[in-house]
Design a protein around this ligand. Structure first.
Ligand code: 1GP
Length: 253
């Protein structure tokens, strides 16, 4: 990872160049450094623009730091922390998605964890990318741990309200999260409704398992798709480059 450009700028340049991009998400929990490096290399080969490292129940900060270091050694792309709590802040990453879970019922996940972690982000010299995080539907582990009041997939207008509020609050990225490994991804209608009002970088993740889904979500306005669970199996990893290509060509339609 070069220091010439900020990670945020690099991401925005990639979106401009490729239309839409994918991030590979690696859950550090229980992974050896070798396994993480292998997954990152394969994701890199498939064409992801960056590697996110996180996991709603990953609590071991030392393990996370080791995994991030191993990934950084293995690939030249940005390695970005996708935090679940204060202990996700590790020095070895290039940046952190500095997130507020706007639809949590617990203020800890909206502003308190952020206050507790902020000085550490500064101390480690991590680039903080301001991001609104919205849980859609039941939200898998992220929804449970984050005590989210999930936005029903059938109510896109509620997501649009939050999206516009996040823009007015200055958050330059917005992540619509259906939850890792869920069966129903964020609906096309919801992505469309959010895109209509939100000018920042729109990330969509959770349950994206086929190129057709990727194509549809990008056509509706997603800039970045996050793919996690597929990276965990050989067959899934085979699909990844197809998903990356589908996302990239969809924007051009
Ligand atoms: C989870 O949105 C991400 O935070 C990725 O979801 O594991 O379903 O790809 P999957």
């Amino acid at each position: 990872m070069t220091n010439k450009y900020s990670v945020e700028q690099l991401i925005k340049n990639e979106i401009k160049k490729r239309g839409a991009i994918c991030f590979g998400l690696i859950d550090s929990e229980g992974l050896t450094e070798q396994e993480a490096a292998k997954m990152a290399k394969e994701a890199d080969k498939a064409g992801v623009a960056a590697i996110l490292v996180g996991g709603s129940t990953a609590m071991d900060q030392l393990e996370l730091d080791k995994v991030v270091r191993a990934i950084k050694k293995a690939v030249a792309k940005p390695v970005i922390i996708f935090p679940s709590n204060v202990n996700s802040v590790v020095p070895s990453a290039d940046a952190i998605l500095f997130s507020s879970l706007l639809n949590s019922e617990n203020t800890y996940f909206i502003t308190e964890a952020q206050a507790l972690g902020a000085l550490l982000v500064k101390k480690y010299g991590l680039e903080a990318i301001p991001m609104a995080y919205l849980i859609v539907g039941e939200g898998g582990a992220a929804g449970f741990i984050g005590k989210a009041r999930g936005i029903p997939n059938s109510k896109p207008e509620i997501a649009a309200m939050y999206a516009l509020a996040s823009q007015y609050l200055g958050m330059r990225f917005l992540y619509l999260e259906a939850g890792s490994g869920v069966i129903s991804h964020v609906s096309s209608q919801m992505v469309q409704a959010v895109r209509k009002v939100y000018d920042g970088v729109l990330i969509v993740g959770g349950g994206i398992t086929k190129p057709e889904i990727a194509e549809e979500l990008v056509k509706c306005g997603a800039d970045i798709l996050v793919i996690g669970t597929l990276l965990e199996s050989k067959d899934g990893r085979k699909l990844l480059s197809k998903i990356v290509n589908a996302a990239e060509s969809a924007k051009a339609l």
